[in-house]
Design a protein around this ligand. Structure first.
Ligand SMILES: Nc1ncnc2c1ncn2[C@@H]1O[C@H](COP(=O)(O)OP(=O)(O)OP(=O)(O)O)[C@@H](O)[C@H]1O
Ligand SMILES: [Mg+2]
Length: 318
């Protein structure tokens, strides 16, 4: 099976508010509450794609219980560590008139050293049945920026490759720890390599830099698809995987759907190119739904036909 790890789970509440303005009182025309946190969104998408998945991580308090209930309703198998503090609640306001989206995310509960140890024990146990693991989203406050790095290390020793989607120091440490694949968007990738990308050749250099930091492979996502590394050593190639940007219903979680698609294809032993293309098709399809990690498997197959792959020039190493 595929294991997803969500260390800062959430209840994600999305409300649609036409003509949203700061400082005013509004009436929501539509609202939806789902279990969230990036790893959970990936697990949802994997379940919708028909792949065997177990979601683990931390949940706590009444909102943590709600996360588990929601996932069970969606037929996502769970094996979370229950913590003392309460799982956070995030709010997103979507304005259907402008298409703009405002997000207010809580930092989430802290976890104790004992709870973290229980997590490592549980993941060590689950690793026995896992073919691949997804580590995605923010870390609990005070957990230490090296938590993903330590998990990547522990899972590698058990032969389980990790796909990492995170930001900032946690992403940097996990990349250095040798994640099998890292999937930043453009802004996160710029932060990871400490340099802004002005053009396509900067993106190519950025990919090589992420690999030099320690990741086995990297994909930098963007609305028109992704650029990514494939192969190793002197066989390493850079690919651009392209799809026409669509008019989105909501782009929240398109990166999570990309990760799910990539992992779903990798789970089946598809080629690196096919995994990237399937990820891009899932990311694109997810923009047509309200809520993170929702994908329609049949539509993904249709969208795959519009995804093209071509080689990028590999810049000379500096
Ligand atoms: N407007 C769009 N039209 C078509 N596909 C899109 C669009 N926006 C995103 N995608 C798809 O989703 C994938 C991930 O997108 P993006 O880089 O925007 O993710 P992200 O910033 O990580 O999002 P999040 O972290 O909120 O889930 C892309 O690779 C692309 O395939
Ligand atoms: Mg993302």
């Amino acid at each position: 099976m595929i294991l997803t790890v969500t260390l800062n789970a959430a209840i994600d509440r999305t409300v649609a508010v036409p003509n949203f303005r700061l400082g005013r009182r509004h009436r929501a025309v539509e609202s939806r509450t789902v279990a969230g946190g990036k790893g959970i969104n990936v697990a949802r998408a994997l379940a919708l794609l028909g792949r065997p998945v177990i979601a683990t991580g931390f949940v706590g308090g009444p909102s943590g219980t709600r996360v588990l209930e929601q996932l069970h309703e969606e037929s996502v198998l769970t094996d979370f560590i229950e913590i003392a503090a309460e799982t956070r609640i995030n709010l997103a306001v979507i304005d259907p008139t402008s298409g703009e989206q405002t997000e207010i995310n809580e930092r989430g509960p802290a976890v104790s050293a004992e709870e973290t140890k229980r997590l490592f024990d549980r993941i060590g146990y689950l690793a026995g049945g896992a073919k691949i693991c997804v580590l995605a989203g923010s870390l609990p406050p005070g957990a230490g920026d090296d938590l993903y790095a330590r998990l990547i290390d522990a899972l590698r020793r058990r032969g389980v490759p990790c796909v990492l989607d995170a930001e900032g120091e946690a992403m940097l440490a996990g990349t250095r720890a040798g994640a099998a694949m890292v999937t930043p968007n453009e802004t996160e990738a710029e932060e990871l390599v400490g340099q802004e990308f002005a053009d396509g050749s900067d993106l190519a250099t950025g990919l090589l830099e992420i690999v030099r930091l320690g990741a086995e492979q990297a994909a930098i996502t963007r609305p028109e698809g992704c650029v990514a590394t494939v192969g190793e050593g002197s066989e390493r190639r850079l690919l651009e995987v392209h799809t026409e940007p669509l008019e989105p219903v909501s782009t929240v979680g398109s990166g999570d759907a990309f990760v799910a698609g990539y992992v779903a294809a990798r789970y089946e032993g598809r080629s690196e190119e096919e995994c990237l293309a399937y990820g891009v098709a899932c990311g694109a399809e997810s923009t047509q739904h309200f809520g993170a990690g929702f994908v329609d498997r049949n539509q993904v197959e249709r969208m795959l036909g519009a995804v093209s792959v071509h080689d990028l020039e590999v810049p000379a190493e500096v």
